[in-house]
Write a protein that binds this ligand. Structure first.
Ligand SMILES: Nc1nc(=O)c2c([nH]1)NC[C@@H]1CN(c3ccc(C(=O)N[C@@H](CCC(=O)O)C(=O)O)cc3)CN21
Ligand SMILES: CC(C)C(=O)C(=O)O
Ligand SMILES: [Mg+2]
Length: 311
């Protein structure tokens, strides 16, 4: 890809594409897969190069990228455009496309059509949808239509208002039992995997030990096949992260260091330096100056003639 987007890939070893079979093989061996959520080409390139196995093209684009306060603002058209960029940047990753709010809730038919757009237009490996028992018919219909589905349960950000905010789920025995039943139903409905978000480790352990499909954990403690942290949280773009999201870098500080140095050099004239400027071909500057002198003379003469006519 060109320099206008991002650097050429420099990975020494070409990677193999991560498929559902890869995920199963790793699960068999008890190996974990690294997972993140991101939304654009340059970050996807870096994630692929870093060895991330699973990328969630998240509807968290609405909060993380667009600055909103809810994921329900993500639209399918925007999600698909970004999904295409992520696919181009990370050809080796297993990428799941989040079904945004109201693209699968109104009817099963609409859900299947909307889900198919991810597969056809953006080359996603699967779609992901949030909910509980109420989305089982949608999971079944998509599965019948050969659209691989990951069910996302526990903390489901699209229903944050009803959940009373981004709160830990299934903290009581009664709610935990309900969640365990939901995961069982997702498995039975044909889900290729399940995302369980922000649940107590005790509950995650029971789910993990009693589920045969891969369990992808976002705040599940150690009880999942694929822990995840949002790309922007793990790299330290924000001052505050969700509880489960460890910071592995402080990119915010790096960005501020570079950006404030640029501002300073703009202000004091240190930038641009000669090496950032372009030059004419040899001898052309002198030619141009001569041309300008003669053009200037003609203009001067026209002006004098005009002035004489007006008298
Ligand atoms: N930057 C970012 N990272 C995310 O992981 C993320 C978003 N944004 N936006 C949409 C959702 C919201 N998510 C969240 C948000 C907060 C917690 C969380 O841990 N909240 C409280 C604890 C919960 C409680 O009070 O019971 C915390 O301490 O941070 C978890 C997932 C995950 N998603
Ligand atoms: C939290 C993850 C799983 C997600 O759905 C998102 O980033 O949108
Ligand atoms: Mg999401």
């Amino acid at each position: 890809m060109g320099y206008l987007t991002t650097d050429e890939k420099t990975a020494a070893e070409p990677r193999k594409k991560v498929t559902l079979a890869t995920i199963h093989e790793k699960k068999e061996k008890g190996e974990k897969l690294a997972r993140t959520a991101l939304y654009d080409y340059p970050m996807a390139v870096l994630a692929d190069e870093a060895g991330i196995e699973i990328i969630n093209m998240g509807d968290s684009i609405a909060t993380v990228m667009l600055g909103g306060n809810s994921t329900i603002k993500a639209t399918l058209d925007v999600m698909i455009e970004h999904a295409k960029a992520v696919r181009l940047g990370a050809p080796h990753c297993f990428i799941m496309g989040d079904m945004p709010y109201m693209t699968y809730q109104a009817s099963v038919e609409e859900a299947v059509k909307n889900a198919s757009r991810y597969m056809i237009e953006a080359d996603m490996d699967c779609v992901k949808m949030e909910g509980g028992m109420e989305i089982v018919p949608v999971i079944e219909a998509c599965t019948k239509a050969a659209i691989p589905v990951i069910g996302h349960t526990g903390l489901t950000p699209q229903s944050a208002i009803m959940l009373g905010g981004y709160k830990t789920q299934a903290r009581s025995a009664e709610m935990a039992l309900k969640l365990i039943e939901v995961v069982k139903a997702f498995e039975k409905a044909g889900c290729i995997a399940v995302v369980v978000e922000a649940v107590p480790s005790e509950v995650a352990k029971i789910i993990y030990e009693n589920t045969s499909i891969p369990v992808l954990g976002s705040g599940c403690g150690p009880y999942s096949d694929s822990p995840m942290i949002n790309w922007y949280d793990l790299l330290g773009f924000f001052t505050r992260n969700p509880k489960f999201a460890k910071k592995y870098a402080n990119i915010r500080e790096e960005i501020l260091k570079g950006a404030t140095a640029f501002v300073e050099e703009c202000h004091n004239g240190a930038y641009p330096a000669p090496e950032h400027s372009y030059k004419m071909l040899a001898g052309e500057e002198e030619k141009l100056l001569q041309m300008l002198r003669s053009v200037y003379k003609e203009l001067h003469a026209d002006h004098e003639t005009g002035a004489a006519d007006n008298k």
